[in-house]
Write a protein that binds this ligand. Structure first.
Ligand code: F0G
Length: 434
């Protein structure tokens, strides 16, 4: 069976050629996913080949996405692939964070080690490959910052024109700087993420620009490899829990799809449970999971200092709902204070991350305290973005100047103020003795 685009809605399941330029089902408006037959080679053989490719010099094999190309076979040839050697992110043991969460052990899969510093690179190499295959010249996205940084880099590397839409005043300078430096035409719109997404979808169609938000099913294919690589690094022993932050819910969709496919195709014998963590002020998915009828209501004015996940109307919620249910997972929400403290703890592990990523540790701590995650459980938390993405937040936290969106002060429980000293050895020695 060749790769196809299939409507995600159970009642529709319409099928379309893989090279159609569509983002939603033309029949029912449902989300689309790429669907394939199981790989021809048996799992044991593919696992061996994938491990071997890690030592190869071929760009495709060095990529932590394309190394696993047998489970993302939507291209006929690999001529259109542009790789910046994305993926290849480490699993880092973090005993101090484990203690903070009252777990025996905790491992971070740090996607901030990617070329543009976030997990978006795993998906973007695939989205841009598809754009080239389709003969598109311009690509666009709305973004809370990381998607735009990633798209700008990959599009420019591929010779495409990147057009970035961002909510004015609501993304960190680190991310805005990346979009500018990677050469994106950058439009700062006076609206929030959800409003701009509606706008960009209309414009993409009108102007023939290829849309690279996570509604694009090929980005989801690339993000599946975060899970594949993590399992490969664990010699195919699935953890009990995989914990990730939830914003637009593309990553939740990708992780769930990867797990379902790997399980169905015989790569793993057990399904880990997905735990999605949202920020309290932007938690429509959490609210959805709490209502027995599973009725969805967007948050009109999402608020959080973790701007990466400041999203009130996550486009992929239907997929995320199915994936979380399929994995026996759950959704939790955490406060601004909890995110800020968890972030400082991740810093103290010598690891660091951006605020949205720290929602994972805050959520794990809450779930262990509630008896949902057992202290002895094996837990992998995905840190989605690099520490340097949002230095302003960090400086404010450590100097006691961080304020939650409503204006409430955030207590710097783990604050670490820089100390101003005179150019005087004796005085400095004094400071260092205390
Ligand atoms: N963590 C970080 C660092 C992110 O940048 C995002 C999303 C998420 C978590 C949430 O992932 O949307 O797949 O649920 N950032 C998007 C962007 C929305 O535009 O960069 P999700």
């Amino acid at each position: 069976m060749p790769a196809e685009l299939v409507c995600f809605e159970e009642r529709c399941r319409a099928r379309f050629p893989i090279a159609d330029v569509i983002y939603n089902c033309p029949h029912c408006g449902g989300l689309l996913e790429a669907v394939y037959a199981a790989p021809a080679a048996p799992p044991a053989e593919l696992k061996r080949i994938w491990r071997q490719r890690r030592t190869a010099n071929a760009p495709l094999d060095q990529s932590g996405v394309w190394r696993y190309r047998e489970i993302i076979p939507f291209l006929e040839t690999y001529d259109s692939v542009v790789t910046l050697r994305e993926g290849n992110t480490p699993l880092l043991d973090a005993p101090r964070a484990a203690r903070y969460a009252a777990l025996d052990a905790l491992v971070f899969k740090h996607q901030g080690f990617n070329p543009t510093g976030s997990f978006k690179d795993n998906g973007m190499t695939c989205g841009v490959a598809q754009a080239l295959r389709l003969g598109m010249r311009r690509v666009a996205c709305v973004s809370t910052g990381n998607t735009s940084a990633s798209m700008a880099a990959y599009a420019s590397a591929a010779g495409l024109q990147p057009i970035v839409f961002i909510p004015h005043g609501n993304i960190s300078y680190g991310k805005l700087a990346q979009a500018l430096d990677y050469g994106a035409k950058t439009l700062q719109v006076e609206a929030n993420f959800d409003q701009i997404l509606a706008l960009v979808r209309t414009l993409a169609e009108r102007l023939g620009i290829y849309l690279l938000n996570s509604i694009n099913p090929f980005r989801i294919e690339g993000q599946k490899t975060i899970i594949v690589e993590m399992l490969d690094q664990r010699d195919w022993n699935p953890p009990d829990w995989i914990v990730l932050p939830g914003g637009n819910l593309g990553n939740t969709s990708a992780f769930g799809k990867a797990l379902r496919e790997l399980y169905a195709w015989g790569f793993i014998a057990k399904m880990p449970r997905l735990a999605v963590i949202q920020a309290e002020g932007a938690a429509p998915f959490y609210e959805l999971m709490r209502t027995p009828a599973r009725s969805y209501r967007p948050v009109t004015h999402p608020e959080t200092l973790a701007t990466a996940i400041k999203i009130g109307d996550p486009v992929s919620w239907p997929k995320a709902l199915r994936e979380v249910a399929c994995s026996g997972g759950l959704v939790e929400k955490v406060s601004e204070q909890e995110i800020a403290d968890a972030k400082a703890i991740i810093g103290l592990c010598g690891i660091g991350c951006e605020p949205a990523s720290a929602a994972t540790l805050a959520g794990i701590r809450k779930l262990v305290a509630a008896g949902v995650i057992a202290p002895s459980a094996s837990v992998v938390a995905v840190l989605t973005g690099n520490l340097l993405k949002d230095p302003d937040y960090i400086y404010r936290y450590h100097t006691g100047a961080l304020e939650a969106p409503g204006g409430a002060a955030i207590h710097s429980a783990f604050g670490n103020r820089p100390v101003v000293v005179p150019n005087d050895a004796d005085r400095i020695a004094e400071v260092l003795q205390t």
